[in-house]
Design a protein around this ligand. Structure first.
Ligand SMILES: [Zn+2]
Length: 283
């Protein structure tokens, strides 16, 4: 708790989609968020060494408007915003467009200031996001894709970096267990309640190093607040505040703060969601 008695809030799940042309909007938004008690935002920044404009959009779900670099090379802008924000931003490297890149590329980016990793499990076209698979986009085999994925997890575990990893527990539960069995020390957030709360509960019960977040869940939570409040109370030490907001969308973050408060959780659980769990996840 801050001295004013205001609650501290950490959003573990935002995306950049913003560039230096939006500096004013971003700074105005961050000022409003600070006033609302937001202390930190983890922001995913994409890097795209080789895909063309048509290919990059095959890896972006619908409904996210990009105001930044059209080819999603966001690293420089995101690291600039981070410095300007007095480290209110916690930049995480979105690796979805990096497959086939050598480990050194990723290491170089971490020397520049990234502090965590973001990935999506996209082995085939049947994913919940309805976007292309990574093997098809890059023309690599599924086996190669898995090898790259394992390398990234090994890098994260070795360097104690938090990983935000989008993965559907109902469709890919066995692969999720394989990852978690191989990387028991990883701090990993599988967002959106693992897409299926039923399948994901088994994962949360079995692996104590797994977190999740409420990003993108607002309409679902609003439709069934009692059931979601039960779930949050049951896994109160694992669920983080997250929004999927783009860096220029402070309003969405404020809406999610309202959403959490509307659930009337105990003060203790609310504090865990807003800051206790996010702090443990980000480290
Ligand atoms: Zn997201």
């Amino acid at each position: 708790m801050a001295e004013s008695g205001a609650q501290e809030i950490i959003d573990v799940h935002c995306h950049c989609f913003t560039g230096s042309g939006q500096t004013e909007i971003v700074n105005r938004g961050l000022a409003r968020l600070r006033q609302a008690g937001v202390k930190q935002l983890a922001v995913m920044g994409l890097v795209n060494p080789e895909l063309d404009e048509q290919q990059v959009w095959q890896l972006i779900p619908e409904g996210f408007e990009n105001l930044g670099d059209p080819l999603f090379n966001e690293a420089d802008d995101l690291l600039d915003f981070t410095r300007q924000s007095d480290d209110m931003l916690f930049p995480m490297l979105d690796t979805r467009m990096l497959h086939g890149q050598s480990q050194t590329v990723i290491e170089q980016l971490f020397h520049l200031g990234f502090r965590g990793i973001k990935g999506l499990y996209l082995p085939d076209e049947a994913n919940d996001l309805q976007i292309s698979s990574i093997p098809a986009t890059f023309g690599i085999s599924r086996k190669e894709y898995l090898r790259h994925t394992w390398e990234i997890f090994a890098f994260a575990e070795k360097n104690e970096l938090p990983v935000l990893y989008h993965m559907d527990a109902s469709r890919y539960g066995d692969m999720m267990c394989a990852i978690l069995d191989d990387f028991p020390r990883l701090r990993i957030n599988i967002p959106h309640f693992g897409i299926s709360r039923k399948a994901f509960s088994k994962i949360l019960d079995r692996y104590p190093n797994v977190f999740t977040d409420i990003a993108y869940m607002r309409p679902h939570i609003q439709n069934n607040p009692a059931s979601y409040a039960d779930f949050i109370n049951h896994y109160s030490t694992r669920i983080c505040f997250g929004t999927d907001a783009l860096l220029y969308q402070a309003d969405i973050i404020l809406d999610y703060i309202e959403l959490v408060r509307s659930l009337k959780l105990s003060q203790e659980v609310e504090n865990l969601i807003f800051s206790g769990n996010p702090q443990r996840f980000l480290g």
